[in-house]
Design a protein around this ligand. Sequence first.
Ligand SMILES: Cc1ncc(COP(=O)(O)O)c(C=O)c1O
Length: 468
Amino acid sequence: MADPKVPLALALDRAAPTALTEQIAAGLRSAIEQGRLAPGARLPSWRDLASQLGVARGTVRAAYETLIDAGLVQALGAAGTHVARRVPVRPQDDLPATAAPSPLPGLVRGNGVFQMGVPAQDGIPAKLWSRLFVRAARTAAGAAPDYPDPRGEPALRTQIAAMLAVARGLACSPAQVYVTGGHAASVALAVRALGLAGQAWTEEPGYPLTRKLLATLGLDTVAVPVDAQGLDVAAGQALAPQAALAVVTPGQQAPLGVALALARRRALLDWAVRQQAWVLEDDYLGELQLQGRAAPALGADVGAARVLHVGTFSKTISPALRLGFLVVPADQVARFDAATALHGSAPAPLVQQAVAELLRGGHHLRHLRRMKRLYQQRRDALLACLRAAGITHRAAGLAVLLQLPPGRADVALVRAARALGLSPAPLSPWYARPAPEHNGLLLGVTNLRVEEAAAHWARLQSLIDADL
Ligand SMILES: Cc1ncc(COP(=O)(O)O)c(C=O)c1O
């Protein structure tokens, strides 16, 4: 019978006529040939694998020796036993090992010039971060192997509450802060904890992943138009007055970049209180307003009793951390505490501890200040190119939005651009109901070096022109 603890899927059949040594060797051989065990990968020690499989050590040792003789693995003395570097890998027929592309939509993939939504690679204070991570890893390695608090590490919750007070004008206690695996995990936690059902307003245009997620969670999404003042609250009230939830990006609307006007903020909060609906504030760029002072978080308003505040470290540190947070009103803490036991998604404590240290030492605010300056310079360089080219555009968060002439297919243009190493994002997928006038390109500026901006823009422009 297969032992469920064995990660290599070595299914041992003790009743079979084949010797256990041969079964182990055959299982490892197929894992190596199919690429599930990569060239150079270290195999478990005889002792570990024997204990995992419940067989004698000599049985595993004999299996390893068979594979060594076949040239599939190498014994490197004290460095252990490794899969040979050169193994002819036979592709598996049914499932590719790891070759399939990430299931994330193309919108958030593509790592060429103008990629949106990722911080500057050359802005990372790599030495500092690696020091903090190494320290956190050392502490984690010595810690008891226990289940962490699903609400997040207390140290990080405390630091996030302090950061929000300073950077977003949001006064909350650490008990109201839930650490999550990012935006989608925060939204899902909120929907589940509050048992939301029925209609949910989403911005039109708005972040497509949120729309899809809400639908998956059983909510009926209603696209509410966004204009120069942000979400059109009156339109929302006309379309779905009884909605249970409104998801908004009030600080810098995604993807248009406009701020929610004061009167609209009030109207939205009033509606939520009247309807006993919830407003989920997606503050994904809250700490990264490039021009002027960011308006305080919606959750900071007097009368924000119905606001759930969602933030992320994806734009300020790295999306690779998978680290976000959710702040809930004090009277909802008991519900959310209970919900995290099932739906908590905080990443490993060592990641949280390292980030807590980053926040505590004041490194984070310093990093943000530097990044804002860098992004401003990069955005200005691109804006200068667009002005010189006479192209209609608008700055939108950490991107610049170009409107394409009606009928010009942005998705096709983006596909062609990818082939040239350029990764602008198409605007039309941000609409629940795309129309010909919704074709546009979003050009991320975070990784656009000032001295290279003109050349990259020229390449993109010739592609746009060629397509006319
Ligand atoms: C509108 C919006 N919200 C939230 C996020 C952040 O999501 P996450 O925290 O999962 O990285 C993004 C990232 O692109 C976004 O565009």
